[in-house]
Design a protein around this ligand. Structure first.
Ligand SMILES: *Cc1c(COP(=O)(O)O)cnc(C)c1O
Length: 374
């Protein structure tokens, strides 16, 4: 079968090549490749405007943004987090010598369950790292209440939440740090890239130092920073992407609505509907497969689709807590994580991207419908 017949879980939307070549010509002329160049400055400002936030610091990728955010807040000891995420969430703790403490997710939107956080707090706990998984906003007000009561910091892994709004305001905004990823697989990509959204100018300044070796001046190094700077090519590419991202999200919404229409009445297949008051970004189209009602397991369906050259992904299976580095932790026990354990065994993300042909969505759904065992 031809390579182009394969449908992957995602495919990046890219800016028009001729426009990017114009930007490259500018870069070749001015010979500034990185270190807060003209495209970086423009993109940082344009991105803050687009997202409706005041302070943002660009990064070379989302993982370094997470690692740096933990440094910026001087987080140590233990951090409460979710096992139902991409491994980078927990890896960022590990790279800071912090012990992850896994808390279960809630069954409606698969985000960290606030009602289970307090039981996991110890004298070593310094912060909570929740994830707006699939762009579903965490129960932020309740998490904030707990953090305030116990004097904990919050760092949101918002890698999935680009452009997501709650009652008209960005979920990235607020008194905490939020981290974005602009990896090729995300709603908004700069090839690789990321950002930290910070509450004020002071924290942005410190984060800007930290991502550039700790340099606060030509000969002044205030602390052991890292190199996590976004380069000019990424920034120029990102600037072009901003012109189209509303359209990308709209096209994703159309694909999402098609999936919902075709799969609505398939017993044993469940998916998220829009949440009232939320502007979604339609980053993923996750379904859960209930083997009793659907008659086939999630893995059976995953393999069936693969046999048709349709490559869904089981995000997030296995749970982070199941990887060798983390599975020895007490909080990794499946008895501590019943909801996450169940969902990880049922979840399947179907292909979604702005230019996914609608005929393919119909074909994918027909395979799912026919495969159901009655
Ligand atoms: C993609 C992703 C990251 C990592 O971002 P990179 O830019 O790939 O380093 C972190 N957390 C979550 C939840 C992600 O999906």
């Amino acid at each position: 079968m031809k390579e182009e017949d394969k449908i992957f879980v995602t495919q990046p939307a890219m800016p028009p090549l001729d426009e990017f070549i114009n930007s490259l010509t500018e870069i070749w002329d001015n010979k500034i490749l990185t270190n807060n160049g003209p495209f970086h400055i423009k993109f940082e400002k344009a991105l803050a405007d687009y997202l409706g936030v005041n302070n943002i610091s660009l990064f070379s990728n989302g993982t370094l943004a997470l690692i740096t955010a933990l440094q910026a807040l001087r987080i140590t000891g233990e951090v409460i987090t979710t096992p139902f995420s991409f491994v980078a969430t927990t890896h960022s703790l590990w790279w800071n010598n912090i012990k992850p403490v896994f808390v279960d997710i809630e069954p409606d939107y698969f985000t960290l369950d606030p009602e289970k956080i307090e039981a996991a707090i110890t004298p070593q706990t310094t912060a909570i790292m929740p994830v707006h998984v699939y762009g579903n906003p965490c129960k932020m007000a309740r998490i904030q209440e707990i953090a305030d009561t116990y004097g904990l910091k919050i760092i949101y892994d918002a890698a999935h939440a680009f452009g997501v709004k709650q009652n008209g305001s960005s979920v990235l905004k607020g008194e905490n740090l939020s981290i974005l990823s602009f990896h090729a697989t995300k709603v908004f990509n700069t090839i690789e890239g990321g950002a930290i959204i910070c509450p004020d100018e002071k924290s942005k300044k410190r984060i800007d130092y930290l991502k550039n070796f700790g340099f606060a001046g030509e000969t002044t190094v205030i602390e052991p920073g890292i190199n996590a700077k976004m380069n000019e090519l990424q920034a120029a590419y990102g600037l072009l992407q901003l012109k189209s991202v509303d359209n990308y999200i709209l096209q994703r919404k159309v694909v999402t609505e098609l999936y919902r229409q075709y799969l609505r009445d398939v017993s044993g297949i469940a998916f998220f509907d829009d949440i009232s008051g939320i502007d979604h970004n339609y980053a993923y189209f996750p379904i859960t497969v209930d083997v009793k009602k659907y008659g086939r397991s999630r893995d059976d369906l995953y393999e069936k689709l693969k046999s048709h050259n349709i490559f869904g992904r089981r995000y997030f299976y296995p749970l982070i807590s199941q990887f060798p580095t983390y599975r020895g932790l007490a909080s990794s026990s499946q008895y501590n994580l019943p909801v996450a354990t169940k969902i990880a065994n049922q979840i399947l993300c179907l292909p979604i991207y702005p230019h996914l042909p609608h005929a393919d969505v119909e074909r994918i759904c027909n395979i799912i419908i026919k495969f159901k065992q009655s």
